[in-house]
Structures are given as C-alpha cells and as structure tokens.
Design a protein around this ligand. Sequence first.
Ligand code: ADP
Ligand code: MG
Length: 904
Amino acid sequence: MGPGPAGYGWARVRPARSGLAGPPLTPSHSRAKKPRRPALKKPSNPSLKDPVGVYCRVRPLGRPDQECCIEVIDETTVQIHPPDGYRIFRNGEYRETQYSFKEVFGTLVAQKKLFDVVAKPLVEDLIRGKNGLLFTYGVTGSGKTHTMTGSPGDGGLLPRCLDMIFNSIGPFQAKRFVFKLDDKNGVDVQCEVDALLERQKRDAMPVPKTPSGKRQIDPEIADMINVQDHCKVEEVDEDNVYSVFVSYIEIYNNYIYDLLEEAPFEPIKPKWNNCNTPLRNGDFIPPQSKILREDQNHNMYVMGCTEVEVKSTEEAFEVFWRGQKKRHIANTQLNRESSRSHSVFIIKLAQAPLDADGDNVLQEKEQIVLSQLSLVDLAGSERTNRTKAEGNRLREAGNINQSLMTLRTCIEVLRENQMYGINKMVPYRDSKLTHLFKNYFDGEGKVRMIVCVNPKAEDYEESLQVMRFAEMTQEVEVTRPVDRPLCGLTPGRRFRNQAFQEELSRKLELRGGPIDGEPEEQSVLETFLQNFPPLPACELLDINDDQTLPKLIEVLEKRHKLRQMLSKEFSKAVLDLKAMLQEFDCSVASKENQIKVTLSDKEKTIVRQKTEIERLEKKIKTLEYKIEILEKTATIYEEDKRNLQQELESKSQKLQRQASDKRRLEARFQGMVAETTMKWERECERRVAAKQLEMQNKLWVKDEKLKQLKAIVTEPKKEKPERPSRERDREKPVQRSVSPSPVPNAPPVRLRHRRSRSAGERWVDHKPPSNLPTETVMQPHVPHAITVAAASEKALAKCDKYMLTHQELASDGEIETKLIKGDVFKTRGGGQAVQFTDIETLKQESPTGRKRRSSPSNPDPPEDAADSEWTDVETRCSVAVEMRAGSALGPGYEHHAKPKRRKP
Ligand code: ADP
Ligand code: MG
C-alpha cells in the first residue's frame, strides 16, 4: 500500500494530549491542511519571546535495503508512516502523519549547512554576551553524536562552534589568566603582571599542562577540527578582550560527573576501584559526582567543576577529547552504557573592555560580561525494554529515562503555562538535567533543539514519540536575551593604540635601525671583529728576528687607525643619537602640544556636552514632572468620568422607574375614569328616564284633565256620579294623594262592565323594567296580581284594577316611588280603558329619621299608623278610588291602554 496521493495532502492528526507515552494514534485518513498550531497566549510581560527553535535531521539508512518509514516532504515537513509489519500487526490500519519543524535537514545535508542554520546564530549571540542552549534529541543511533561531535573529516557542531569563536575573537584574546573564573559561577579580572606571575607559576609545575597551541596536535583531533570554514562573527567589539573557558560534564543516573577533573592520586587515602581492591598508581579512579548550585543571578552551575581556559580551537577540542576519552574509559570500567548518559559541553566566554588607552583590560569587575553556550548530547530517548537492560543497568536506565521524562514534563508544563496564562510549577528540580538548564527556560536565552531520527522501520514507534515531543517543544517560548549596555568609553581604542605603537617603532627604525633588533647588532659587531686585524705572534725567540716586531707594529698601527675610526664613528653616532633624541623630544613636545590642544578641545566638548546633558536632564525632569501632573490629572478625570457615569446610570434608572410608575398611574386613572364615566352615564340615563316618566305622567294628568273638561263641556246634561261626602273625605286623609288637584266633575266615561269588587279584585301590576330596586324591606305587594313589564291589553282584559309603579328622583336626592292606580273599564269599541283613581307616593328615609312608610308627604302620621288598615294596599286603593271618585280626585280620569304606543 502506498502513501497518500501526495505528501502534502495527508494530514498530521493531532492526538489529544494525554501524556508523553500515549497510545498510538487512531488511524484516520482525513485530508487536511497544514497542521495548525494553537495560538499562544501573549504573556503579560512585555519582554520579547521566541519559540524554542526545533530542527529535524534525518540520517541516512544504515543499509540501502532497509525499510524506511520517514520521508522529508519539504524544507519544513517530514512525513512518518507505519512500516509494513506494523500495518499487519495493526490489522491493516494505515496512516501517515506529517510534522512541521523550523527546518528539516535530509540525509544529504552537510554538517556545515546544519551549523550555518542552527548553531551560527548561537555563536553570534555568545560573542554578543548572550546565552544559548543547543541540544540533540533522539533515539540511540539516530545521529545525535554525529551531529554534535561529528567524525574525523566531518566535524560536527561542537568543533565548528569552537572554530567560529576563535576565528572571531582570535586577535582580541586576553593573555592567559587575565580573566579568572571563581567557584561561584562568577568571573574576575586581574592586571597583566599578576596574570604573568600566575603563568610562570603554572609553567613551573610539572603536571599537567594544558595543551598549548604550539605543540604538535593529535592527528585524529586535527582531522575532527579541520573544518576549514573560516566562519566568523562580523562586528566583534574590538575594544574588548576575550577569554574562552570550557568545561565538560556527564550526567549519568542523575549524577553529575566532571569529565575534565584531574583526580590526583593519594597514596595515603587509597580509593577503591570497582573490584573492591585498593587503587594503585595508574589505576582507574572512579569519578566523584558533583552538586548543582544557584549563583546570585539565579543561574545554575556545577560546583567545583573544572573550567579550562583555552586559546585556540585545537586546544579547546583537545580538552573536549580528553573528557571524551575519560568518559569512554569510565563507561567501560564501570560497565555503563554510553547511550544512557547526557553529555554537556559548556563554552563560557568572558569579555571586558580595554581601558581608555586601549592598552590594558579595564580593571572593573562590573564591566565583565560572561556568556555561555551549552552543547548537550542527550541520552537516547528510547524506552528501556529496547536495550534489553537488566538489573542495575535497568534501574540506571530508568533514571536516565526519568530525566528525559522530566524534561518532557517541564516542556509540557511550560507550554501549558504560556498557552493558558497559568502559573503551574515547572518541575525542574526533579532531575539534574532540567535543573541545570532551568535558567534557559525561566530566564533568558536562545534555545534550539535538533531532533535526530533514523528513518528505519524498527524505530517507527520511538520516532513517533520523538516527533510528538518536538511538536510540543516548538510551542514553548523563551525570553529573548537583551543586548548588554556599552561600556561608555570611546570606541576604536585598540586600533588607535596599535597605530601609535606601530608609528613609534617605524620612526625608531628610520633613525637608527632597530634598537632591540639583536641579530642586526650582532652582524655589525661581527663585521667589525672580522675586519679587526688579529695580533700576530709576538714572542721573540731569536735575536735576529727582524720580522715579528715590524709586523706587530704594523698591526698595532692598523688597530690604532681602526680605533680612531671607531671612536670617530662613535662620536658621530653619539651626535646623531643626540640629534635624534632632540628631534624625538621636539616631536614628542609637538605631539604633546597637539595632544594638549586636542585635549583642551575635548575638554571643551566635554564641558559643552555636560552642560547639554544637564540641560537635557533638567528638561527630562520638567517633562517627567509634567507627565506626572498629566497622569494625576488623567486619573482625576477618569475618576470624575467614572463618578459621572455612575450618576448618569442611577439617574437613568430613576427616570425609568418614574416612567413606569407614571404609566401604571395613567392606566389606573384611565380605569377609574372609565368606571366613573360609566357609572355617571348609567346614573344620568336613570335620572333622564325618571324625569321622562314624571313628565309623561304630568302630561297624562293634564290630558286627562283636558278630556274631563271636554266631557263636561260637551255632556253637561248627563247624569253626575255620586259625590263622596266631605266627611268621608276628611275621615281618611292619611293616604294623602299628591296627585293634581282634584277635579270635582264626574268621570268622563260611564262605569260600565265594572267587575264586582266582592268577587275579589284582580290587579295588573305594571312594573316597568327601568325601575331600580330600592332594596327596602317594606315593598308594596298586591296579592293575585298579574305583574307586567309593559301595559298589555291581554292582562287588562283579565283584571279590573291597574297599578303602575313609577320611580323618580326627589328633590332631596332620594328615590321616590309612585304607585299610580286606576280602574279598568271595557270601552264601547271592545278595548280596555283605565281610569286613574289614585297616586300613592312611597319614599325612603334614613332609619334614624322617620320610619319609612307610605305617604311620607303626610307630615303628621297618626300614632297607630303601623297597625292601621291603610297598611293594606288593597284597602288603600279602594279607598283612594272612592276618594277620587268623590272629592279628592274629583271625577276619575280614564286612560286608554294602548300597549303598542306607550312605554313608561
Ligand atoms: P547517537 O549518538 O544518536 O546514538 P550516532 O551519532 O552515534 O548516534 O550515530 C550512529 C551511527 O550513524 C554512527 O556511525 C554515525 O556515523 C552514523 N550517522 C549518524 N548520522 C549520520 C549522518 N547524518 N550521516 C552519516 N552517518 C550518520
Ligand atoms: Mg551518541
């Protein structure tokens, strides 16, 4: 089965982060875009942060026929897929995953390219006084050591870093022992004389010497460091002096060992080797573990660790190689597995400015900058069972794993803290490895990691874990180191000093040749001595010898001449020297003058600049004061604004409350108005109806009167009805009628067909529906009456008495009920006629006042009114009829019931 359609098309599926050694990912074939990283929450700290730079290096397969499970997709992406066997094991599930890195280096990428991309910026930072950490991570055999150390003819990052450092600072290095590291992770500076004394002291010591650059170096080392890169940092501060110190430690089983420690053999206190026999000279001495300490700047360091000052790449690498050999011996002797230890090579660079002359290093401790670059080759990241370790080894391996596990946990916690802005404690202290590098993650510096992978199928599971760790690490951010401040002395001091020295020696040379050029001096002397004639033998053995003396005389004369010549030369030379000295004095004086002038100029400039600085400082102060005032004002305004806003809010709330109150009140009032209006409308209607009825009645009465008058006028001779006697009228005045004044005439119609009264009168009780219930206890009651709401001819035909109950409003506001009574007659035309005979007025009164009773119009009711016969309506009506027929009403009046026309 082949991979997906194209490398880019297959997604990296993000597993849920449940742990570092989580179960294999569930296969998925979802097509996806490039993996998306969760946006990191920006820290509140304004200092700039950079993510940990994570790179990936894929080593070539050991054999070309090996199965490969990792492909480089592009410069930043690798794709990993399960090998065939794995697929079979997983029931044919197949999935490819892509992982992104800052940069991916394929199998063909050279060490130099890797160095240029990954390590060069760290070296540049080191020289600019900033710290850096570079580590390689991966399973055993993935190429970590190859990447970090390299192999002969193919040096790794470490020798290349050293080479670049010395290429850059070579001409500006301090003399040995000018910088002295103390045992508290600090650095001191001493003057050149002290440094010289210390050098002499060390040279006097027989053992052991740090390898010096002049010695013949090991060809193996030469092969490793022969990087021929000539790479150097541009813009090195040339007014500084530099010194490099290296240390090399190993962390094994969570113990720290100093690989550069020279363990002196002590015969008195013999140590024991691992075979439990006392150590003899030349025996292997097991290393002692070291402890970690924190310095005053909260940086971690290995206490008492050997730090060797080195002056060249060769020297530095020789030191490293020595440590490496020691490590190898220790591993062999102690039966340890080297892949289970972490090796840490620390390069420290001390730098301090030259003094104002540019001659010597400035003797100020505060001006020294100490930066460090740690190169870490981590132990193999694989799980223990892979190496089939047993017993002690297994336990130790567990510890190694433990420290890598702690590293992973720390990275995870850091990532979570940064992503979610939380402050969970990072467990740096859980292992020596993480504790040592705590400051890189908590403080500032540049951290880079190279993930090494072997693409072979057997490493698939482990490689997957490595990728996951790398992915997580990229999400951690580290504070970017800040640039260190400049020392404040004028730049270019070193070169001015050098130029001056050169000029001086050139001038001296011009005058009289080199002063201290010993070889030349020697040759002049030699020439002179060669030309100097030797003395011949001057022993006279024979009296006749006449040659010796003349020869001697000749030679002596020659010598005398030469001597004279020499003394002349000498005096000439003396004169020349004098002249030269005078000239030199003059030139020095003129130089001095020049310098004085320049100095005074400079002093003036300094004074000017000082005044300017003072002015600016004053300005700064005023501005600061202004800023302070403005800030205060702003605070006050803000406070005001807040208060006003609060007030506004409370006011608007109050207004809203009031508005809602108003609306509620309006609604209530509207309700009340509507209710009152309705009540009053009803009341008015009722009053109008009462008034109408009253007026109607009056009209009827008047009508009747008119009719009666007409009858009297038209029928004067007809028989008059019997008049009731005045006595009877006077006897029963209790039920006083308020009806119109009695008419003395006879009724207008004859009383025909009048039903017999003794046979039991039947009443039509006409109660119009408009009447209101008075709710009084004493109600008029007529037995056997036909009660009607409107006058009906049918009812009238059955009865012989008619009573209309009529209500109206009295002047005192009380309801007045009138009972209008009459007799029913049959008319000639076959209809019914009513002759009104009586009007009885019933009125309500307050219970506290007079008793409610009929005929309140009577001002003086008789004492026995309650049990008088007038209480009976029937009796009263009959009496009333009599009375009306007689005197009170005069002739009765007739009402023709016409139900269809009239409605009371
Ligand atoms: P590790 O340190 O991760 O255990 P090594 O660096 O010792 O692995 O590598 C194991 C072997 O693989 C060594 O022989 C080394 O030369 C070889 N090797 C590793 N990486 C590469 C590479 N990029 N190119 C060529 N050979 C390599
Ligand atoms: Mg290794």
